[in-house]
Design a protein around this ligand. Structure first.
Ligand code: SR1
Ligand code: MG
Length: 401
């Protein structure tokens, strides 16, 4: 079937044509529930058996802007292949893919409606005791098994070619590393923080450091990374974590995924500064956010080290001093990328609900200014902070300044 964007009715018909997806005589309901920036998402459910699945279909343009921003449909193939690879490595931490239709750029996958989006949970100041362990484990394993530490060089190069993702990388290159640092048309920010944003645009030291991070994003091919690991790409319950949406996947710097999670915890920290009015409750919750950052790093570091020293297929890379130095560089990158990702969510095109749903403009501006300050500190001091005993301590101090 040639590509066309499905309607709710067409999604239903399509589902009934896939053998084994639903039982014979299924009575399907179909609802388009996509609220993201790029794609269509349908929830299909059989009223008789209660079985449900998710249809995710790429549109040939960015949904958030419209047809004036064309985007390659190949991102759907990349997403479904990345999901399947991640599922082979860590079946418990990603949804199962049931079917992929290349022509329609359509992936049918497990419905995770029993989970909630982590961003929503964090906005409501909920805690997830297993999350930091799960995501540290996810990043360590998915990157290790898709890196030069594990893949034979010719296989790595073949995969690198399969995961060339120019359109989606360009979105990141522009929206994360370029636009926030000049008066770009796509930028969008609270007028109450105009002064702080204009300061960014003339901060040459900062722009030089961002150039270094952008260059790393453009050129490093360390591992197949998720590429957009914000808290809207993660489903959780108190006991379970599922990572979704790897359509930005490409061979890039490992610190980019870690930095994305850190950034979203930092943004939530800043937002809670005005959201939680009770000081004691706020302190307790913000402490939880910092401890999560700490634990994510610890778990990643321990597991990536262990995997590298026990399972690296190239004996010359299975070298303790090298692995230690490599991980130290990932830590520094993660802090810097986190800073860039914090700043882009305040100044750039795509924001986060943590901040945007603060109703009072002045309160929102306060949390946004705080985010901008900490974001800059993360970029400027990443080398020094990466050497400190605790990864979260300098972030806390920076919030207190
Ligand atoms: C036009 S897409 C805007 C943002 O949404 C995605 O989730 C990525 O973060 C992208 O930068
Ligand atoms: Mg997404």
């Amino acid at each position: 079937m040639a590509y066309r964007a499905l309607s709710e009715e067409e999604a239903k018909e399509y589902a009934l044509g896939i053998p084994g997806l639903f039982e014979q005589g299924a009575q399907l309901t179909s609802r388009e529930i996509g609220d993201g920036n790029l794609n269509l998402v349908f929830h299909l459910q059989d009223k008789k058996s209660d079985r449900s699945v998710i249809f995710k279909q790429a549109l040939p343009y960015a949904r958030v802007v419209g047809e004036s921003w064309p985007l390659s449909l190949d991102r759907a193939r990349i997403e479904s292949e990345a999901l399947q690879l991640q599922h082979e490595i860590l079946p418990g931490l990603v949804p199962k893919v049931y079917h992929f239709d290349k022509e329609l750029s359509l992936t049918i996958m497990e419905d995770l409606s029993d989970h909630i989006i982590l961003r929503k949970g964090l906005i409501e100041a909920k805690t997830y005791p297993e999350f930091a362990k799960h995501i540290g484990h996810f990043i360590a394993h998915t990157t290790f098994y898709q890196s030069d530490f594990f893949l034979a060089p010719e296989v790595k190069k073949q995969k690198l070619a399969e995961f060339i993702n120019p359109d989606l990388c360009k979105i990141t290159e522009d929206l994360v590393f370029t636009d926030p640092y000049y008066n770009a048309e796509k930028n969008s920010f609270n007028p109450l923080i105009e002064e702080q944003v204009k300061e960014l645009w003339v901060n040459q030291e900062l722009k030089g450091q961002v150039a270094q991070l952008k260059y790393k994003f453009l050129t490093a091919t360390e591992a197949l990374i998720h590429g957009d690991l914000h808290t809207g790409s993660i489903f959780v319950t108190s006991a379970s974590t599922k990572v979704i949406d790897p359509e930005f996947a490409y061979f890039g710097p490992i610190g980019f995924d870690i930095g994305a999670v850190f950034a979203n915890f930092v943004l939530n920290f800043a937002a809670q500064e005005v959201r939680i009015k009770n000081v004691e409750q706020r302190n307790v919750y913000q402490q939880y956010l910092l401890e999560s950052i700490h634990q994510i790093w610890d778990v990643f570091e321990q597991q990536f080290t262990l995997l590298s020293l026990s399972q690296a297929t190239d004996p010359s890379l299975r070298n303790e001093a090298f692995v230690q130095q490599f991980i130290q560089q990932v830590k520094e990158d993660a802090l810097g990328f986190a800073g860039c990702k914090v700043i882009r969510r305040v100044v750039g095109l795509a924001h986060v609900a943590d901040l945007d749903t603060i109703v009072d403009d002045t309160e929102r501006a306060y949390a946004e200014k705080l985010s901008l300050y900490v974001g800059q500190q993360l970029i400027l001091h990443r080398q020094k902070w990466a050497k400190e005993q605790s990864i979260s301590a300098p972030i806390r101090s920076s919030f207190q300044q």
